[in-house]
Design a protein around this ligand. Structure first.
Ligand SMILES: *Cc1c(COP(=O)(O)O)cnc(C)c1O
Length: 375
């Protein structure tokens, strides 16, 4: 016991000394980007609820009505009795949207990636991962026991060279990347990656956590056989998914341990996600707002044009990111500092995200405050 306490205290002291300690602040997000923290209203540029659907009255109504009709919990894993009838509609909507024959909903995006990779790859296989890929793709990589090779971010030439040198030594091969990078906001060269994958008989897995609903899909996605994503960002609910062929989905249902050995989603969450996807289909103009705000922001600050609703401002040292975040908070703006290990060492940053409920005035306010503190 003493050694355990000592271990925890030493680790925490090291994190503090490196400006990497993290604290939790209760945050009330009921009012869209105007959030309440410690009794104070802050204008948030740190939510992934890009379309503000987590608090949309129609989506709330769908969740409430599902709870009233079906109760709160799923009661079991999907393979036993937790496969609620509401899943069929959600999975059909996801498959239709992704242009695949089938789709499978997981408990979360993290569970999807950590389960589907080991279901498809084993010891003799190789997985090539973009160096900036999300932690849950790395978790899946590790759990798979495949050989894992990282390639330089969005570097198609480096990826091609790795495939040429290493592909023939392995049985199956997979390339894992993100459509929109979560901490950088840039987009992967999907067509070029699909081209390489086809040439080397490698299976492409894309993580669309930050694309669905807010960025027009790359036309080359039709060539991506494993399209994963989450229902917890622009969709505003919770859960992850894989869209793929019928055979792949069937196999995943048999083999992905993070799907088999966990309880199904609450009915309210499934109903909310289904209602949110219908909302997204019915409101294409509304869905362009987050990216338009991001582009207004990059124009105002003279930054490279935003490719998604995510705009990073890389500061380097963790302490510098914390200090600038603190100055913005004094101006009533919530922009959380993103530090290692979420991003590579020496690239601590402010990560701004824009949502539909921001006004042009809100974007101006952030740009003015940042310009003032950086000069
Ligand atoms: C948020 C995120 C996930 C995890 O999704 P959850 O549904 O929150 O578990 C996976 N991949 C990327 C790129 C993400 O940003």
């Amino acid at each position: 016991m003493r050694s355990l306490e000592q271990f925890a205290a030493d680790k925490l002291a090291t994190l503090s000394a490196r400006a990497l300690a993290r604290s939790l602040s209760p945050t009330d997000r009921r009012n869209g980007p105007r959030v309440l923290r410690d009794g104070r209203e802050l204008l948030s540029f740190s939510c992934n609820d890009y379309l503000n659907l987590s608090t949309h009255p129609d989506i709330i109504a769908a969740a409430m009505s599902a709870t009233e009709r079906y109760g709160v919990g799923a009661g079991g894993s999907r393979a036993v009795t937790g496969n609620h009838p509401l899943y069929a509609e959600l999975e059909a909507a996801l498959a239709a949207r992704k242009g695949t024959a089938a789709a499978l909903v997981f408990g979360s995006g993290y569970l999807a990636n950590s389960g589907l990779i080991p279901a498809l790859l084993g010891e003799d296989d190789v997985l090539l991962v973009d160096e900036l890929a999300h932690a849950c793709l790395w978790a899946g990589a590790k759990l798979s026991s495949a050989r894992v090779l990282r390639f330089a971010h969005n570097d198609v030439e480096a990826l091609g060279a790795l495939l040429a040198a290493e592909r023939h030594r392995h049985g199956r091969a997979m390339i894992a990347t993100e459509t929109v990078f979560s901490m950088d906001g840039d987009r992967a060269p999907i067509a070029a990656i699909a081209e390489l994958a086809e040439r080397h008989d490698a299976w492409t897995l894309t993580d669309d956590a930050h694309g669905l609903g807010v960025v027009a899909p790359d036309p080359a996605m039709a060539r991506v056989p494993l399209q994963m994503g989450t229902l917890s960002k622009a969709v505003g609910a919770y859960g992850g998914y894989l869209a793929a062929s019928a055979a792949v989905i069937d196999l995943i249902r048999h083999r992905a341990r993070s799907w088999v050995y966990t309880t199904g989603l609450p009915p309210a969450t499934i109903a909310a996600a289904t209602a949110a996807l219908a909302f997204i289909d019915a409101n294409p103009d509304y869905c362009t707002r987050p990216l338009a705000h991001a582009r207004r922001f990059t124009r105002l600050l003279g930054l490279p044009e935003a490719a998604s609703p995510i705009v990073p401002l890389i500061l380097g040292p963790a302490a510098a990111a914390l200090a600038l975040s603190q100055k913005l908070a004094e101006d009533g703006l919530l922009v959380t500092a993103i530090r290692p290990p979420t991003v590579p060492e020496g690239t601590a940053r402010l990560r701004m995200t824009f949502c539909a409920a921001h006004t042009n005035g809100d974007v101006n306010r952030l740009a003015e405050s940042l310009a003032r503190h950086r000069s």
